[in-house]
Every structure is written in C-alpha cells, then in structure tokens.
Design a protein around this ligand. Structure first.
Ligand code: NYM
Ligand code: MG
Length: 242
C-alpha cells in the first residue's frame, strides 16, 4: 500500500496564533515541494459556513444545539474531499477541527450561571461569589457525538496560550466566545479532549508554547511535523471515536 498524506490539525484558543502559523507552515511545505493544502474550520464560504459566520458576528441568534450541529455539518461537508486528498498523498494542514467544536460548545454556560454574580438566599443573606465552574448548557458527551466517524488527524498541535495573554492580543473580543471567562473554560475543555485523544491512541496530540515569538513557534511546529510530512503515513486513516 502506498503512503498517504499526513492530516495535521492546529488547535488553540482565539488569538493563539493558529492562522498565522498554519500559513507559515503551508508556505514552508510548498517551498519544499511537498504536495499540501490548507483548510480552515469554520469554512465560512459554504452556505452552512455563512450561517456560522453570521452567528459568530452576533447578527443572528441560534439555539446552542443547532449551532453546534452546524459547526459539525460544516466539517462533514468537507470530509470526503479531505479523505480523497490524503489518499492522493496530499498533506492537509487544518486550522481548527472537531476539537474546537467540542471545547467551545461544551464550555458554554447560561448567562445567569456566570461566576462571580452574588446570589441571595431565601432569608436575604448574600452568598459570597464562588469560582466553581457553572453547569454546562450542553453535555460534553452530546457535544462529541456529531463528529464521531469524521477522519481523525494524525497529529494535532495545540498552541497553548494563557487566556489573559490571548485577550491582550489585537483583534480579541470582536466575535462571540471571545471573552476571557469563556476562553478559560475552553482551555480546560481542551485539556480533557487532549487526554481522551491520547488515551484512544489514534492520533498524536502535542502541546506547544504559543506564547513564544512567532519564529520560535514556527520552528517548534516544523520540528514536530517535518518527518511525517516528508515521509507520509503508512497506516490507514483513523476515525474520530465516541
Ligand atoms: N468554533 C470553531 C466553534 O465554536 N466550534 C467549531 O466547531 C469551530 C471549528 O468559532 N471562537 C469557534 C472558535 C472560534 C470561532 O473560529 C471562529 P476562527 O478560527 O476564529 O475563525
Ligand atoms: Mg477567532
């Protein structure tokens, strides 16, 4: 069996540098004459992607379940072309994937359940604000389901950055979910996703320091991918598991 292209996903919080790094990486692959393609989720160009874009800009309201399913459907729209490209030997660099879908949706909480809002007991006495994580709007396992069976990445690079650092970067706050509290919960959810991916043993999950200088991050990415993108992958493409 001939080798296929590697499926590499870059994940992280908003403003963690994913898009910049994905572009740098694809240029490097092209300069090395390695057949490669850059894709991004959400893909805002499709009809489903346009609904997602409008939701993220707060131009439309959608039920939390519905938007979650649309994000997943947006991946399913491209799933067969991803498989085709990988089998043809093309490396796929993917800016966000199903892991963002799980982490961003499963970290949603009801506005009234935001931490730090002092609550009042029936007797009128104030309860001190707690920093306990409020209950999620969508169960974690429900959030995972729609992406089950999608092609699984061979390698996921998580650009780790502290939410307080990300929130200081230019452009932060323009879209839904771009607030520090949500990003803190997203980061915790990503940790859970990472543990599960590692336990499944289907693809590799690597955490890289996204707080370094651009070039240092690019180099750390390159040292993780260079072998697999040059040599291709021997085994069959995996699937996202339940
Ligand atoms: N996002 C992204 C989700 O909530 N679910 C998903 O499945 C995906 C792929 O959309 N805040 C969120 C993460 C981001 C936002 O992504 C838009 P980007 O990479 O900023 O365009
Ligand atoms: Mg963003």
């Amino acid at each position: 069996m001939s080798k296929r292209g590697a499926f590499v996903v870059i994940e992280g919080l908003d403003r963690s540098g994913k898009s910049t790094q994905a572009e740098t990486l694809i240029k490097r692959l092209q300069a090395a004459d390695i057949p490669s393609k850059l894709i991004k989720f959400p893909d805002r160009s499709t009809p489903i992607g346009k609904l997602i874009d409008s939701y993220l800009r707060s131009e439309t309201e959608l039920d939390d379940h519905a938007i979650h399913l649309l994000f997943s459907a947006n991946r399913w729209e491209l799933a067969s072309s991803i498989v085709k490209d990988l089998e043809a030997g093309t490396v796929i660099i993917c800016d966000r994937y199903a892991f963002s879908g799980i982490a961003f949706s499963a970290s949603k909480v009801a506005p009234s359940a935001q931490p730090d809002a002092p609550t009042t007991t029936p007797t009128g006495s104030n309860i001190a604000p707690t920093h306990k994580t409020p209950p999620p709007l969508l169960p974690y396992s429900w959030c995972r389901s729609p992406d089950v069976s999608l092609p699984a990445p061979d390698l996921t690079l998580f650009l780790d950055i502290l939410p307080e650092v990300a929130s200081q970067r230019a452009g932060f706050g323009g879209e839904r979910y771009e607030n520090q509290e949500h990003q803190e919960r997203v980061r915790e959810l990503f940790e859970r996703v990472a543990e599960e991916v590692e336990a499944e043993g289907i693809g590799k999950w690597v955490v890289l320091n996204g707080g370094l200088e651009l070039q240092e991050v690019s180099e750390s990415i390159w040292s993780e991918v260079k072998e697999v993108v040059r040599q291709g992958v021997e085994g069959e493409l995996g699937n996202v598991k339940r």
